[in-house]
Design a protein around this ligand. Structure first.
Ligand code: G
Ligand code: G
Ligand code: G
Ligand code: MN
Ligand code: NA
Length: 248
C-alpha cells in the first residue's frame, strides 16, 4: 500500500494524534503552555514519529488535512480538562500552506466562538525554514488569527533564511531558539555560541518573547537565565507526553 493511501486512511480514521511537550517558566518551575507534536497512531499498532511521515506529508500537500485531525484531538483533550490548570497555551505547528486559504481560520474561529477553549489559548508556530511566497497575504491571514486571540511564534529561529523578514512582516509574538544553538552553550570558542547571544538580543530589542528549545541540562537553564530567557522547552523538564500524562 502506498504511503499516500496509508496517510489518507489515517486522516479518515483520525490516526494523527498529539503529544504535548511542556514549556516551563524556570523561575517558578510552573508549566505555562506546551508545543503540540504530532504522532501517527497507526492501525497496525505502532506509534510512528513525525520524521517518518511529516516531510512526505508536507511535500505532498497532505499536512493541512493531518493538522485538522490533530487539532480535533487537541480540542477534545482540552475540553476534557475543563477549567483545570487555567491559562495554558497550546502551540500548533503550521506550514505556509495553512495561510493560503480560510480553512484553518474558519475551523479555529468556530472552536473559539463555541467557548470550548476559553480557559486556554491556541497559538501557531511557523518555521523560518519554509519560504512564504506572499508575506502580505500571510500577514492578512495572521491578523485574522490575532483577532481570535491566536498569536504566532517563530520556530527554528536562526536556522533558516526567513527570520528577519518574518519578524518584520508577520507580527511574531515569540521567538523559539532552536536546539542547535542551545547545544552550543558552554562551548565558547565557536561561531554558534555568539549566535545564540545575538538571537536573544535581537528578540529582546524587537520586543519578542523567547522560548528556548531542546534544553537538556541545568547549566543551559542557568546560562539562559543570565540572559533573561526563562521559558524553557526541553528534556531538562519533560519529553513530549501523551495526553493522559500531560493532562494528569
Ligand atoms: O518530537 P518531534 O520528533 O516531535 O518532532 C520532529 C519534528 O516534526 C519537529 O521538529 C517538527 O518540525 C515536526 N512536527 C511535529 N509535529 C508537527 C506538526 O503537527 N506539524 C508539522 N508541520 N510539523 C510537525
Ligand atoms: O498584543 P501584544 O502587544 O502582546 O502583541 C505581541 C506581538 O504580537 C506584537 O509584537 C505584534 O507583532 C504581534 N501582534 C499583535 N497584534 C497583532 C495583529 O493584529 N496581527 C499580527 N499579525 N500581529 C500582531
Ligand atoms: O517543531 P520543532 O522542530 O521545534 O520540534 C521540536 C523537536 O525537538 C521535537 O522533535 C522534540 O521532540 C525535540 N526536542 C524537544 N526537546 C528536546 C530535548 O531536550 N532534546 C532533544 N534531543 N530533542 C528535543
Ligand atoms: Mn515547533
Ligand atoms: Na525548533
Amino acid at each position: 500500500v502506498s504511503m499516500r493511501s496509508q496517510i489518507m486512511s489515517g486522516i479518515k480514521d483520525g490516526e494523527f494524534i498529539p503529544f504535548y511537550q511542556p514549556v516551563v517558566d524556570s523561575r517558578t518551575q510552573k508549566v505555562v503552555g506546551c508545543e503540540v507534536l504530532m504522532r501517527w497512531q497507526h492501525q497496525d499498532g505502532g506509534l510512528i514519529p513525525p520524521n517518518q511521515f511529516i516531510p512526505y506529508a508536507e511535500a505532498k500537500g497532505l499536512i493541512v488535512d493531518m493538522t485538522k485531525v490533530l487539532l480535533e484531538h487537541v480540542v477534545s483533550d482540552i475540553k476534557k480538562l475543563g477549567g483545570k490548570r487555567e491559562g495554558l497555551f497550546f502551540s500548533v505547528n503550521i506550514v505556509p500552506e495553512h495561510l493560503d486559504n480560510d480553512d484553518l481560520y474558519q475551523f479555529l474561529k468556530s472552536v473559539v466562538e463555541s467557548g470550548q477553549l476559553k480557559q486556554h489559548r491556541i497559538s501557531l508556530e511557523i518555521t523560518e525554514r519554509l519560504p512564504i511566497s506572499d508575506l502580505v497575504a500571510a500577514r492578512q491571514m495572521l491578523d485574522k488569527f490575532y483577532s481570535l486571540g491566536i498569536d504566532l511564534k517563530l520556530d527554528d529561529a536562526g536556522t533558516g533564511y526567513g527570520g528577519f523578514s518574518y519578524v518584520q512582516n508577520l507580527g511574531i509574538s515569540t521567538l523559539k531558539i532552536d536546539k542547535m544553538f542551545v547545544d552550543t552553550i558552554g562551548r565558547e570558542d565557536n561561531f554558534n555560541a555568539k549566535t545564540i547571544e545575538a538571537i536573544i538580543l535581537f528578540a529582546q530589542k524587537s520586543g519578542l518573547n523567547i522560548i528556548a528549545e531542546g534544553v537538556e541540562d541545568d547549566k543551559q537553564v542557568a546560562y539562559l537565565s543570565q540572559y533573561g530567557v526563562y521559558l524553557i522547552q526541553g528534556y531538562v523538564y519533560s519529553k513530549p507526553l501523551p495526553a493522559k500524562q500531560f493532562f494528569h
